[in-house]
Design a protein around this ligand. Structure first.
Ligand SMILES: C[S@@+](CC[C@H](N)C(=O)[O-])C[C@H]1O[C@@H](n2cnc3c(N)ncnc32)[C@H](O)[C@@H]1O
Length: 220
């Protein structure tokens, strides 16, 4: 979302007052453990991987990455200080060293080529089409040559039931932002930012519709 003062953001469940129930809602409705594990498997993290979790929310994915690869450098970034407070408390309780930064995807606070992987779950559908493109370009910039972008987000519904189940997400997060996902535009946005070998690698049916795994690489 953009306003006259620069980029703003849609909170995790559309409204700030719903952030307190974000974790249980996502756990129950999105098959969260399954899809986040699958996303990390597809990202093929190594012991020395430098990973950015973009739009990290309450840091569940970042924490799973750190658990899977304790030596890896895991950084999460999100615009919302309230959601980051929850993420930091969770990481501290689990004694996991993940760095969680407040920032906006349109202006990532990292030098060019900082990361080997950028992962992102349930994030891009929060953005209008122009912001999707600007943020994809920022991701491209902060990835090292050969680095990969691995996304799990709402995709093209695989059947009419999946389309209908997605309507509550559109009501919460906005029709303007989410319709690009339904139309299958995310891969094209990534290609337009310079990513190569962009593909939808698979889909998962959930209580809120179809989740898609999309990946692409920065040329070497
Ligand atoms: C639905 S939540 C997903 C959180 C987490 N990735 C997950 O899978 O549970 C989307 C997150 O994106 C963040 N966000 C939305 N627009 C943003 C932007 N332009 N820059 C950074 N974060 C943003 C929100 O604050 C929210 O925490």
């Amino acid at each position: 979302m953009d306003d006259r003062n620069g980029p703003t953001y849609v909170p995790a469940l559309g409204f700030a007052w719903l952030t307190a129930v974000y974790d249980p809602v996502v756990r129950i409705t999105t098959r969260e453990a399954t899809f986040k594990k699958e996303l990390l498997t597809r990202a093929e993290l190594g012991a020395d991987t430098r990973l950015l979790d973009l739009g990290c929310g309450t840091a569940t994915l970042a924490m799973m990455a750190k658990t899977a690869q304790p030596q890896a450098t895991i950084i999460g970034l999100d615009a919302d200080p309230a959601v980051l407070r929850r993420g930091r408390a969770k990481a501290q309780a689990a004694r996991l060293e993940v760095e969680l930064l407040q920032g906006i995807g349109e202006r990532l606070p990292f030098p060019d080529g900082t990361f080997d992987r950028v992962v992102s779950s349930l994030f891009f559908h929060h953005l209008e089409l122009g912001a999707k493109g600007r943020i994809a370009a920022e991701v491209f910039r902060v990835l090292a040559p050969g680095g990969g972008l691995h996304v799990a987000d709402w995709g093209v519904p695989t059947n009419p039931l999946m389309r209908a189940l997605f309507l509550p997400i559109q009501v919460l997060d906005g029709f303007a932002n989410t319709r690009d996902n339904v139309r299958g535009l995310l891969p094209r946005v990534f290609e337009a930012s310079g990513f190569e070998n962009v593909s939808t690698q698979g889909n998962l049916s959930t209580a809120f519709g179809t989740l898609s795994y999309i990946a692409g690489h920065k040329p070497v």
